[in-house]
Design a binder for this molecule. Structure first.
Ligand code: ADP
Ligand code: MG
Ligand code: ZN
Length: 495
């Protein structure tokens, strides 16, 4: 094989290190709040421990450990008998202690997996480990960019927020797969109630990427350990969204292919994803593990966690729930997937389906409500405290007090655009379902006023009936039921 052919036939190998902030009330090693207050001042949610003052001791937050155990169970990971904490030593201004408290050789979760569906194919992504650690503070370069800033500010309010770092095996073969995986991971974390995706910076990704000889990829898609170890890889940092991961990786793969095409070697290095410019830039040659001088944190004893796995329950997860929605409510895969996309949507659907027809509930929640929200670039979480109002709207449709057409096209849309409740829209627009008498009067007058259409109908032109139905609908302001009007008209005309 010529060198040129070899460089063209490269397979992509990607592994992720995903940092997720855990939703606990307080920080992981002290009692400071994790919840940013509105307009809070920098360096106000701090104490001697998270500021790293001499003599201050860490106390492990039980809720953070519980969240970690839930994540481990959801990822089908092993949870060891005991777990320990280590100091990862490095100097950076956002790290007041000059070390990060993290886990090293006894992480709380190891050897798990997460199944994702890529282009209709089920893929299992291996989870090497997931460990607990503390978030550093945040740095702000005054004047914007690191190059132009005259000085840099540091805020320790975030320092000590619990993080779970989830490290995957190098099992991804394309940027699109990482995006699907991250969405699925977020979905699972939200179901567990340990994570808030809407919080700024709650998910941060480091993406490792290398190109290997395509001939080395086995039939099942795996790559031999020795090939992985030999491949020079870039670690791309500063990715903060699913889309960002896909874009940064696509860029980085093209960059690496071009380097190889020019006959040069890929550097083993850490690169920075510049979201605004859409490029990755070299930060530093990759640090080796020994650079961090890991050693046991003597101020935190080993934690016995062997029985936590049995003690801490987790809710039904998205995959299981999707399957149950299929069997229990007779939903097809697409509807079941939409309705389990977030726990809040699934809970709302089950609430409605428990009281009304499940098919009606599925149409209203999956198609109408989610469709109209999506059109307005809203999520269900944006209307969390109005779910009762949407339920009342569905109830009016179920009770046939409102036509489906009016409910969908007028009431739901006005509810979302005007922030009104369903009753207010119905009152204002006069949409209450027409009284029986009113419909019959409208049917009579449609017949009386349109002799030509009536004659056409009697001559066998069945289309004429649609015209007459239209006249009645207009007369009743759309509040009559078209099927019923059709029946009434035929009764009169044929009788
Ligand atoms: P480090 O601690 O130096 O970052 P690790 O060996 O712990 O290195 O691996 C970190 C990440 O790199 C993991 O997500 C792993 O899947 C990924 N990885 C390992 N080998 C490769 C490779 N050849 N190409 C891409 N990613 C890789
Ligand atoms: Mg790393
Ligand atoms: Zn503190």
């Amino acid at each position: 094989m010529s060198t040129r052919a070899a460089t063209e036939e490269r397979a992509v190998v990607i592994g992720l290190e995903v940092h997720v902030q855990l939703e606990t009330d307080t920080k992981v090693f002290c009692g400071c709040s994790t919840e940013p207050a509105d307009d809070e001042e920098p360096n106000t949610r701090t104490c001697p421990t998270c500021l790293g003052l001499p003599g201050a001791l860490p106390v492990l937050n039980e809720a953070a450990v519980e969240s970690a155990v839930k994540i481990g169970k959801a990822l089908d990971a092993d949870i060891p008998e005991t777990t320990t904490f280590h100091r990862k030593n490095y100097y950076y201004p956002d790290l007041p202690k000059n070390f990060q408290l993290t886990q090293y050789d006894a992480p709380i979760c190891a050897d798990g997996e997460l199944e994702v569906s890529v282009d209709g194919e089920r893929r299992t992504i291996g989870i090497t480990r997931a460990h607990l650690e503390e978030d550093p503070g945040s740095i702000q370069h005054a004047g914007g960019s690191i190059e132009s800033a005259t000085h840099t500010l540091v805020n320790y309010n975030r320092a000590g927020t619990p993080l779970m770092e989830v490290v995957t095996e190098p099992d991804f073969r394309s940027p699109a797969e990482t995006r699907t995986f991250l969405a699925k991971l977020e979905e699972v974390l939200e179901y567990l109630g340990v994570f808030d995706a809407t919080r700024d910076g709650s998910l941060r990704v480091d993406a490792n990427v290398s190109l290997v000889d395509a001939g080395e990829v086995r039939e099942d898609g795996s790559v031999p350990e020795s090939v992985l170890a030999d491949a020079n890889r870039a670690e791309v940092k500063n990715i903060s969204s699913h889309k960002g991961a896909e874009k940064a990786l696509a860029y980085e793969i093209t960059r690496q292919r071009n380097v190889l095409r020019r006959g040069r070697e890929i550097e083993q290095e850490t690169r920075h994803w510049d979201e605004a410019r859409g490029v990755t830039v070299s930060m530093r040659s990759k640090e080796a593990e020994k650079d961090y001088r890991y050693f046991r944190e003597a101020d935190l004893p080993a934690l016995e966690v062997s029985d936590w796995k049995d003690r801490i329950p987790i809710p039904e997860l998205p995959d299981a729930r999707r399957e149950r929605f299929g069997t229990e409510y007779g939903l097809d895969d697409e509807a079941a997937s939409k309705l389990t996309s977030t726990k809040e949507v699934a809970d709302f659907f089950e609430d409605v389906a428990g009281e009304y027809d499940p098919d009606l509930a599925a149409t209203w929640v999956a198609d109408n409500l989610l469709g109209e929200l999506n059109y307005r670039e809203l999520e269900i979480t944006d209307v969390s405290d109005r779910l009762d109002e949407f339920k009342r709207l569905i109830e009016l449709v179920a009770a046939e007090e409102l036509t489906v057409k009016n409910a969908e096209e007028i009431v739901l849309r006005e509810m979302l655009d005007e922030g009104e409740d369903p009753e207010a829209v119905i009152d204002r627009e006069g949409l209450g379902k027409a009284e029986a008498g009113e419909v019959e009067t409208a049917v009579e007058s449609a017949i009386d006023e349109n002799p030509d259409a009536v004659a056409d109908y009697h001559d066998g032109d069945d289309g004429a009936i649609n015209f007459l139905v239209g006249q009645v609908m207009q007369e009743t302001g759309g509040s009559a039921d078209p099927g019923q009007v059709n029946g009434l008209l035929r009764e009169r005309l044929d009788g």
